[in-house]
Design a protein around this ligand. Structure first.
Ligand code: SIN
Length: 295
C-alpha cells in the first residue's frame, strides 16, 4: 500500500485588525490575499467582519480570480442581472465604473447612487460584498457605510412601535426610471430580467443570523412601501426611518487608497457611493455573496 502524504500545512500570515475610531469599520494590515489563507486566519477575518461590519483590506494586489476565490469562502456568489457589466470571463464580478470606452460604458456607473443594502430586492439578499479598487479618481469617489444595528438600537420608541412586526416591499426597479436617462447605465430590462428581479417582501427589522443583533432593513434605494399601510403613511414612515438610518454618528466614510479591498456586511449596513466628477476615471470590481432569507 502506498503512503498517503498529508497536504502541506498553510503557513499563518501576520496581520493586524485595527478598528477605526468612528462608528464602524476596521482596517486589516499585512494580510496578502494572493497567498493561501489557513483556517485560523480565515476565522480571524470572518470574526473581524462580523465585529466591525466593514473591513478594509489594504494593498491587495490580486487578480479577479483571487477576489472570486476569497469571496467564495464566505458563500455562493450572486450574478448581477445587468449582464453587460460583468467582467469578461468572470461573471461573478460586476464592474462598477464611470469609464466609457469606444462609446460604451464598461461598467455600472451609478451603482450605489442611493443608500441601499446589496440585492435586498432578492428573496436571498446579500450577506456581504467586496469591492476591489482598480482605478481611483484624484478627487471624490468615497463610499459611505451606515450602521443599521445602531439605527435600530437608537430608534425612538414611537418609530419602533410603528415598524415592529411589519414587512416592506423591495424592488430593483424602485429607482430605475429615475436613473435610466442619466448616463445610459440602465437599459430597458427584458421580460426575463424583470422576472429575475420581481418584487420581494422582507421584515423591516431583521435579526442578523450570525451575531443575533437586530437591524433596520429598509433603504431609499430599493424599498418601495411598508406592507399594509396606506401609501402616504408608508412614505412618511419610510422617510423617517431613512433619515434616522444615516445620522452622521452612525456613518463610516471610506476614502479609497490604491489596491484597497473593502468587504462589508449587507445584513448590518447600508451604503452609498458619494460620486466623483464625471471626467475622472473610477473602476472597481464587485463580488456579492448570497445570504439567508431575512427573518
Ligand atoms: C455599490 O453600491 O456596490 C457601489 C459603491 C461604490 O461605487 O462606491
Amino acid at each position: 500500500m502506498s503512503a498517503v502524504s498529508a497536504s502541506p500545512a498553510i503557513a499563518p500570515q501576520h496581520f493586524e485588525i485595527r478598528p477605526f475610531s468612528g462608528a464602524v469599520g476596521a482596517e486589516i494590515i499585512g494580510l496578502d490575499l494572493s497567498r493561501p489563507i489557513n483556517d485560523q486566519d480565515f476565522a480571524r477575518i470572518h470574526r473581524g467582519h462580523l465585529d466591525h461590519h466593514v473591513v478594509v483590506l489594504r494593498d491587495q494586489r490580486i487578480s479577479p480570480q483571487q477576489q472570486i476565490d476569497f469571496s467564495r469562502r464566505f458563500g455562493v456568489l450572486q450574478i448581477h442581472v445587468l449582464k453587460q457589466f460583468l467582467l469578461a470571463g468572470h461573471p461573478e464580478i460586476l464592474i462598477v465604473s464611470n469609464i466609457v470606452e469606444n462609446g460604451q460604458n464598461i461598467g455600472l456607473g451609478d451603482a450605489g447612487k442611493f443608500w441601499h443594502s446589496d440585492l435586498s430586492y432578492k428573496e436571498l439578499p446579500s450577506l456581504g460584498s467586496m469591492l476591489h479598487a482598480q482605478e481611483l479618481p484624484s478627487e471624490g469617489g468615497d463610499t459611505l457605510f451606515a450602521d443599521m444595528h445602531k439605527a435600530w438600537d437608537t430608534l425612538p420608541e414611537a418609530l419602533r412601535k410603528a415598524v415592529e412586526g411589519r414587512s416592506a416591499a423591495h424592488s430593483y426597479t424602485a429607482r430605475y426610471s429615475e436613473t435610466k436617462f442619466e448616463g445610459n447605465w440602465r437599459p430597458t430590462l427584458t421580460p426575463e430580467q424583470l422576472a429575475q428581479v420581481a418584487e420581494v417582501v422582507h421584515p423591516v427589522v431583521r435579526t442578523h443570523p450570525e451575531n443575533g443583533r437586530k437591524a433596520l432593513f429598509v433603504s431609499e434605494g430599493f424599498t418601495t412601501r411598508i406592507v399594509g399601510l396606506p401609501e402616504d403613511e408608508s412614505k412618511h414612515l419610510l422617510d423617517e426611518l431613512y433619515a434616522h438610518s444615516v445620522l452622521p454618528q452612525n456613518i463610516y466614510r471610506h476614502q479609497w487608497q490604491p489596491h484597497d479591498l473593502v468587504f462589508w456586511d449587507n445584513r448590518s449596513l447600508i451604503h452609498l457611493a458619494a460620486g466623483c466628477p464625471s471626467h475622472l476615471r473610477r473602476k472597481l470590481y464587485r463580488t456579492t455573496i448570497q445570504g439567508d432569507a431575512p427573518f
